[in-house]
Design a binder for this molecule. Structure first.
Ligand SMILES: Nc1ncnc2c1ncn2[C@@H]1O[C@H](COP(=O)(O)OP(=O)(O)OP(=O)(O)O)[C@@H](O)[C@H]1O
Length: 248
């Protein structure tokens, strides 16, 4: 039987008296696009952080392709194949799109953090160009990051997370703060990601999450309340109660 890319079993997390996650269990299969939806405070970011290793769960276990990663540090998880974006941008503003991607590619190579100027024959450079292409940024390859739109920065952040050839890509609210005009481009990019990659998308916005996902997990108060394909989400009475009930 195929091992899930991510297997969560009874994952709980407390912050003092606050139970941010309660007994969360689900499997994300290889190649699947999973969106985790929920209102403010539902526990989405806490779940994301426990999977990426920012902090361990208080109880429960997390496996990556059958390997227990519950207590591993973030960089160890990166090495095992988890790529991620951050809510706050980690881009180098004074450098170009290509230079940012090149640094990300180099950062995951044995000679990491070498800031040697790239040469034409550098394999890292070819890979950075390929990533720019896949992120639909090839026309902006020499643009300084400071001059990019918010949406273009998001595209670049996904490219940076892809530089280490992750098996699982974790995206934390990629559509947050995007203008309506930037959203379709982000969605197109997400839908074009290779199916060899497993995608877990933490998202507030149903208009991004539903078209991008194969399966949607809806959370509320730290618990999974619905797990269903996207076409069953909007009409689900529990989801309607949550989203209409709190003004979303
Ligand atoms: N480091 C922390 N210390 C204390 N409480 C925390 C911490 N991180 C999250 N919480 C609390 O845990 C609960 C879940 O928060 P979380 O950020 O995971 O929700 P969320 O679904 O991501 O919400 P949002 O959509 O607003 O980002 C909230 O009540 C939050 O205040």
């Amino acid at each position: 039987m195929t091992a899930p890319a991510i297997r969560l079993r009874g994952v709980s997390r407390r912050f003092g008296a606050l139970q941010a996650l309660r007994d969360v269990s689900f499997d994300v299969m290889p190649g699947e696009r999973r969106a985790v939806l929920g209102p403010n405070g539902a526990g989405k970011t806490t779940l994301f952080n426990t999977i990426c290793g920012d902090f361990p769960p208080t109880s429960g276990s997390i496996e990556l392709f059958d390997r227990d990663i519950t207590r591993l540090r973030p960089h160890e998880r990166t090495r095992l194949g988890i790529g991620r974006t951050y809510q706050t941008s980690l881009l180098f503003n004074g450098l170009s799109v290509l230079e940012n991607l090149f640094i990300a590619v180099r950062g995951v190579r044995p000679n990491r953090f070498s800031f040697l100027r790239p040469s034409a024959g550098d394999g890292g450079m070819a890979k950075a160009r390929d990533l720019a292409d896949r992120m639909r940024l090839s026309h902006l390859i020499d643009a300084e990051v400071v001059n990019l739109s918010h949406g273009q920065r998001r595209q670049l952040e996904v490219g940076m997370a892809m530089a280490g050839d992750p098996r699982v890509l974790m995206l934390d609210e990629p559509a947050a703060g995007l203008s309506p005009g930037d959203r379709p481009e982000l969605l197109r990019l997400l839908r074009e990601l290779p199916r060899t990659l497993t995608l877990v998308l933490i998202e507030h916005d149903m208009d991004i999450a539903l078209p991008a996902a194969d399966i949607v997990t809806v959370m509320k108060d730290g618990e999974v309340v619905v797990e269903a394909p996207p076409d069953r989400i909007e009409d689900d009475p529990v989801v309607q109660a949550i989203y209409l009930g709190d003004g979303h």
